[in-house]
Design a protein around this ligand. Structure first.
Ligand SMILES: Cc1cc2nc3c(=O)[nH]c(=O)nc-3n(C[C@H](O)[C@H](O)[C@H](O)COP(=O)(O)OP(=O)(O)OC[C@H]3O[C@@H](n4cnc5c(N)ncnc54)[C@H](O)[C@@H]3O)c2cc1C
Length: 434
């Protein structure tokens, strides 16, 4: 009897979810060929491009993923977009199993009048810009003096914190100094953080709120009627205590920025003619109030881009199995909920299901990665290419920064192709000129 062929497994997306799936599969199916595809040249998804540049401790999870690549058995194939460079059907014919771990990158739309006025910004592009994402411009948009952040989840608090900090506060980060200096020439004077949920139900972690209090030169206030939280969960009580601590701090007469929290306020309209001028909200008693705004940042969650992979399949299933040999995991499958560790539990569930399914299938011969078109494979960025880029990004940075990310995609691709130190140098010079 002939032996079953080696399982060929493609994972689309190199963020935490795809990485956890690959790590678990490598242990469960040591003979499988496992390839992680990413549309970007760099691995790690939102760990590199979402987690804030001043939260480097969170980004250290990449060391665990790095070990997986270095130990062998998992190939990184960056610079390949599924749905664009290779169709999902092509991928499914080349591999026995495809796991979609593409995350979510579209902002939930703010569906109120005025939401398309200039000066209304979205959390996704902003947090990506702060992280030097290749698809975002090198300069931050103009915020003016009065920013209004709509939403009070961790991403909203990330944005408020990043806008509050001085250059020195970014010590040990990998923030882009040219971008930061541009912003700090005209930083915001006030930030209103407005949440539709009451504080007891707001999404932000207490630790994230408390961290705001470590930034100097900021005065905090809050709408006075936020709840005492006597019947609230322990986390909600911590959140309420964190806001109470912020507003109880002695006021600084020379504060650079005032931050005001409003909870239980629903946005009704964004007002202005050629640009945002104010936002109208309705409070929990049905009363309207207006906040002056020179910019509005909508941070109300993320949704899938409509059928980004062009499959026509609905991915709303209870389990990770979407069709035979096709699975979904992580934010792509669950929605934009949960921090990095929650993707691990999800990944392990999908791997259990996938391994059980594989055991019941008789596998036809599949060529895996080598079946993909030659030009696609030639353009791919592998893990050793990424390591070269990683070294360049960490070399020669100022004492107060741990990395200078290269943003420009053409520079990244020429860098990873550069075979000599002379090539590397000229690639870096191109980036500096662009
Ligand atoms: C602004 C922000 C800050 C956050 N901060 C924290 C934090 O401090 N701590 C924490 O624990 N969690 C944080 N999170 C949550 C955390 O980032 C997510 O839980 C996690 O990244 C989800 O992992 P994922 O792999 O499902 O998706 P992602 O990390 O988004 O990875 C998806 C990957 O798929 C790739 N991809 C997409 N489409 C394609 C395609 N068609 N072909 C090939 N590749 C594709 C993308 O390029 C990306 O690399 C934050 C999230 C955001 C948005």
């Amino acid at each position: 009897m002939s032996e079953s062929p080696r399982p060929q497994i493609a994972i689309v997306g190199s963020g935490p979810s795809g990485s956890y799936v690959a790590g678990a599969l490598r242990r469960r199916l040591p003979l499988a060929e496992i390839v992680i595809f990413d549309r970007l040249c760099t691995p790690f998804g939102l760990v590199r491009y979402g987690v804030a540049p001043d939260h480097q401790h969170t980004k250290t999870i990449t060391r665990q993923f790095e070990r997986m690549y270095l130990e062998g058995g998992v190939r990184f194939a960056g610079n390949i977009e599924i749905g664009q460079d290779v169709t999902l059907d092509q991928l499914r014919s080349a591999f026995h199993v495809v796991v979609l771990a593409t995350g979510l990158d579209a902002d939930r739309p703010l569906s109120i009048p005025g939401a398309d006025l200039p000066g209304v910004l979205r959390a996704g592009p902003l947090t990506r810009a702060f992280n030097s994402h290749p698809d975002e411009p090198a300069a931050l948009p103009e915020f003016g003096d009065h920013a209004v952040v709509i939403g009070a989840g961790n991403v909203a608090i990330d944005i408020a914190r990043l806008l509050l900090k001085t250059s020195a506060d970014f010590h040990g980060s990998d923030v882009d100094d040219a971008m930061l200096d541009g912003y700090l020439r005209n930083p915001v004077r006030s930030i209103d953080v407005v949440s539709r949920s009451p504080l007891v139900d707001a999404k932000a972690d207490a630790a994230m709120l408390r961290e705001l209090g470590t930034i100097g030169g900021v005065n905090f206030s809050a709408s006075s009627d936020h709840e005492s939280g006597d019947d609230a969960s322990p986390e909600a009580r911590r959140r309420i205590a964190a806001v109470d601590e912020l507003i109880a701090r002695p006021k600084d007469d020379d504060a650079r920025v005032d931050v005001h929290f409003s909870f239980g306020a629903t946005p009704v309209s964004i007002n202005g003619d050629d640009r945002v001028r104010s936002v109208t909200f309705r409070d929990s008693h049905g009363r309207s109030f207006e906040i002056i705004a020179s910019s509005v940042i909508s941070a109300i969650g993320f949704v899938p881009r409509a059928d980004a992979l062009g499959t026509g399949l609905s991915f709303e299933t209870a389990t990770g199995r979407l069709a035979e040999g096709l699975y979904g995991t992580g934010w792509f499958h669950r929605g934009a909920v949960g921090a990095i560790p929650e993707n691990r539990a999800d990944a392990l569930r999908v791997v259990d299901e996938l391994v059980a399914d594989l055991g019941e299938r008789s596998l036809p011969l599949r060529a895996g990665y080598s079946a993909l078109p030659a030009d696609v494979r030639e353009n791919a960025v592998d893990y050793s290419d990424w390591l070269r880029l990683d070294t360049v990004e960490r070399t020669g940075v100022s004492e107060s920064r741990i990395r200078k990310k290269i943003r420009d995609r053409a520079t990244i691709t020429s860098l990873v192709r550069a075979s000599s130190s002379h090539d590397l140098e000229s690639s870096i010079n191109t980036e500096e000129c662009s």
